[in-house]
Design a protein around this ligand. Structure first.
Ligand code: 3PG
Length: 402
């Protein structure tokens, strides 16, 4: 990859693909992490005297202009974070953009309107990519979290301009490589979530790479039921039992130890503060459902974490959104954070739910790395090629300008 090191950006029009797709509720940004994390790249370029033109998708307007999905309020927030006024252009291609970019001075920053207001974005239409590229001399992709999309603003535009990885992209890629490609061993993974059917490719890839795999959340129920355990009324996928057995067999062949819950917190209803019971797996009452891992499972995971050097984390241990079923997730997250702070473990976490769970446990800041990506993190865990990254790797994009 070519990074910003050594890029002579002064006076250049630098197109920065950021992921400004932040959660918003009633027009208010509820989490500005992605803005905070992309800010250093924008800051660095502006400080180097570049004319920084930031563009991004926001939500899923499907090629239509949806005023509620304008990037204008997000541009304002980005300016506050950067401590510098950030201009906004209510288009992302065409003469208005050309005029605005033409009027920029070195060190200026502007944000363009939502690229998904144009159908050419998701279609990766070469003409639309060219129209985007026209307003830049170089392209910097800092949107790892959108790199699984082969869209004009992530992939197409990189074919038309000398392209570089931004600082956030660089950090994401090096953290991910330290997690699975080149980890300090032993390496373990916590993979949770409700359905194995949605994480089959992910589990298949992870099994090849890790020494220990903790399967947690409702997807563990499917594995337990496949082993003949009674899981009562728990969420599980009856049609995936054969697949679960195959995964267990494959893991054995690859030398990856799968660890499943040994006990559970169960309830008759999935509601806050309902009466709960703790029972061993194998003793789950017929009319109860497993909603969290039990204390023995937490203890087992803690013991094993103590033997690992690297941990990849995707997915909670239980139904953490509702108390008290957040307990196992919080306990394990806090222990992983403690080991990480003591320098004994590298913890790399990602995926929307996982980050919310870690935030809930109050430990986001203590992890070695928390990815800004949801879907892209999952696809990367699946071992898939991410088009936005592949195009940065491919030849022909180091056309000088360094
Ligand atoms: C994300 O939030 O995961 C990225 O911004 C990608 O968004 P998308 O799933 O709408 O492509």
């Amino acid at each position: 990859f070519r990074t910003l090191d050594g890029v002579d950006a002064r006076g250049k029009r630098v197109l920065v693909r950021a992921d400004l797709n932040v959660p918003m509720h009633d027009g208010v940004i509820t989490d500005d992490t992605r803005l905070q994390r992309v800010a250093p790249t924008i800051r660095e370029l502006a400080d180097k005297g570049a004319r920084v033109v930031v563009f991004s998708h926001f939500d899923r307007p499907k090629g239509q202009v949806v005023p509620a999905l304008s990037l204008r309020p997000i541009a304002l927030k980005l300016g506050q974070i950067l401590g510098q006024p950030v201009g906004f252009v209510a288009e992302c291609v065409g003469p208005t953009v050309e005029a605005a970019v033409g009027a920029m001075a070195d060190g200026d920053i502007i944000v363009l309107e939502n690229t998904r207001f144009h159908a050419g974005e998701e279609a990766n239409d070469p003409a639309f990519a060219k129209a985007l590229a026209q307003n830049g001399d170089i392209f910097v992709n800092d949107a790892f979290s959108a790199a699984h999309r082969a869209h004009a603003s992530t992939e197409g535009v990189a074919r038309d301009l000398p392209s570089f990885a931004g600082r956030l992209m660089q950090a994401e890629l090096s953290a991910l490589s330290a997690a699975l490609e080149n980890p300090e061993r032993p390496v373990g993974a916590i993979i949770g979530g409700s359905k194995i059917s949605t994480k089959l490719d992910l589990i298949g890839n992870v099994i090849e790479k890790v020494d220990t795999l903790f399967i947690t959340g409702a997807m563990a129920n499917t594995f337990l039921a496949a082993e003949g355990m009674n899981v009562g009324k728990s969420l599980q996928e009856a049609d995936m039992h054969e697949t679960a057995r195959k995964i267990a067999h494959l893991a054995q062949e690859k030398g990856c130890e799968i660890i499943l819950p040994v006990d559970a917190v169960v309830a008759r209803e999935f509601k806050a503060n309902v009466p709960t019971e703790t029972c061993l797996i194998g003793e789950v009452p017929d009319d109860a459902m497993i909603l969290d891992a039990g204390p023995r499972t937490v203890e087992l995971i803690r013991e094993r974490l103590g033997t690992l050097k690297t941990l990849v984390w995707n997915g909670p241990l239980g139904a953490f959104e509702i108390a008290p079923f957040d307990k196992a997730t919080v306990d394990v997250a806090q222990y992983a954070a403690q080991l990480t702070e003591e320098g004994k473990l590298k913890t790399i976490a990602g995926g929307g739910d996982t980050v919310s769970a870690l935030r809930h446990a109050g430990v986001v800041g203590q992890m070695t790395y928390v990815s800004t990506a949801g879907g892209a993190f999952l696809e990367w865990l699946e071992g898939k090629i991410l088009p936005g990254i592949e195009v940065l790797r491919s030849a022909g994009h180091d056309l000088g300008l360094t």
